[in-house]
Write a protein that binds this ligand. Structure first.
Ligand SMILES: *Cc1c(COP(=O)(O)O)cnc(C)c1O
Length: 377
């Protein structure tokens, strides 16, 4: 019996071709033709905003923290149920992280509990579109407007997904995407900053290129460039962008296949045992970033993952609540009681989902889960 891995990278077949073009052209540093092609691809799709490729989503979030000018002691509201980077990028600027709980019906931030977390020191809210499913952005943007806060979308998982018809990553003041090998569109390690509020565009270009005004220089707006601000080297090498370009060209095909896998799971796992299937609110779309389900107890999840492993299927749990992490405890940020974050930490299981997974394999996985629950009745 072949083992089904949890994830497998997908290559469109054009990656080496485009990578070798950058080598032949003798131009391998950042901000070259493929970088601009990738940025334009998203700028055209989004219809507004400035996109800058970065070496990771973590980097793009660090740029967001710099652009927001987070100062030591400023507070940033982040869901507890997320990847470390969502919080870490702001911690590096000296922020105090205020952890928020997830919704009961999906792991996205619970917008109804946010107002109670706002203090005079709050500067930003960072919603995470978990599994590519939108948070309630109208509620978040209205709250942010009332308290003069920034909304920074962690759209790492949210490529080609929408909120009320608007692309995720275009709604907050700033947003960050990931092209890590585990994401729908990938290049190994990669990310993208999206600047939706035009007042940040000029500074974003400067932070991106080591605190210099090189971008203005290349546009001919100034006649020499120099050091004008803080920043770092956030831009990827051209061959990384070339890899990503091969994926962007195939986006529709990739998305179609992933959605077919997702729908097959959803159809075959209906009404099984006490398994709760994902809920996609009316305002959101599904980009098939991940297929997850929620077990009724932590023990049930442990047994299910072990049973799948015995049957050659690699299923995994996901985040550990950040408010209970060793780092949060060391900062005394662990006082909140966040029952939904804990429930997802303990009970959520993710099933294999990657381009080369066949529909037959998805059905086999679904039947194995059915057998697990049948054996427990
Ligand atoms: C993958 C991911 C990140 C980090 O992305 P990198 O590109 O690996 O830095 C951040 N936040 C979320 C929600 C993610 O899923």
């Amino acid at each position: 019996m072949e083992t089904i891995p949890f994830n497998k990278i997908y290559l469109t077949g054009k990656e080496m071709h485009y990578i070798s073009q950058t080598l032949t052209a003798g131009k391998t540093c950042g901000s070259g033709e493929f970088t601009h092609r990738c940025q334009s691809f998203f700028e055209n799709k989004f219809g507004k905003g400035k996109c800058l490729l970065t070496t990771s989503c973590t980097d793009a979030l660090e740029m967001c923290a710099m652009l927001a000018d987070i100062q030591p002691g400023d507070e940033v509201i982040v869901p507890s149920y997320t990847f470390v980077s969502t919080a870490l990028a702001f911690v590096r600027q000296g922020a105090k992280i205020i952890f928020a709980d997830s919704r009961r019906d999906n792991p996205g931030i619970d917008e109804t509990q946010l107002e109670a977390l706002i203090t005079p020191r709050t500067r930003a809210i960072v919603p995470v579109h978990y599994a590519g499913v939108a948070c309630d952005m109208d509620a978040l943007m209205n709250l942010a407007a009332r308290y003069n806060l920034l909304v920074i979308e962690d759209a790492a998982q949210a490529v080609d997904s929408f909120y009320k018809g608007r692309p995720l990553g275009t709604i907050g003041h700033l947003a960050a995407f990931s092209f890590h090998e585990t994401k729908n569109l990938q290049c190994g390690e990669g990310g993208m900053l999206v600047v939706n509020d035009p007042k940040f565009i000029k500074r974003a270009e400067i932070l991106w290129e080591k605190g210099t005004n090189r971008a203005e220089f290349f546009r001919g707006e100034i006649n020499k460039y120099g050091w004008v601000d803080t920043g770092s080297s956030f831009l990827p090498a051209e061959y990384v962008s070339a890899f990503l370009w091969a994926q962007l060209e195939e986006m529709d095909n990739i998305q179609k296949k992933r959605k077919a896998i997702w729908e097959t799971y959803y159809e075959h796992l209906q009404g099984i045992g006490r398994l709760t299937l994902p809920v996609i609110p009316d305002y959101a779309t599904n980009n098939a970033h991940a297929f997850y389900a929620i077990c009724s107890t932590p023990a049930e999840r442990t047994d299910l993952i072990a049973y799948l492993k015995e049957h050659g299927i690699h299923a995994v749990f996901h985040y550990l609540s950040l408010h209970k992490s060793a780092f949060a405890i060391s900062r005394h940020w662990n006082e909140a009681n966040l029952p939904q974050a804990d429930r997802y930490t303990d009970c959520l299981v993710r099933l294999p989902l990657f381009y080369d997974l066949s529909i037959e394999q998805v059905i086999r996985i679904s039947h194995t889960i059915q057998n697990f629950y049948n054996s427990r009745q």
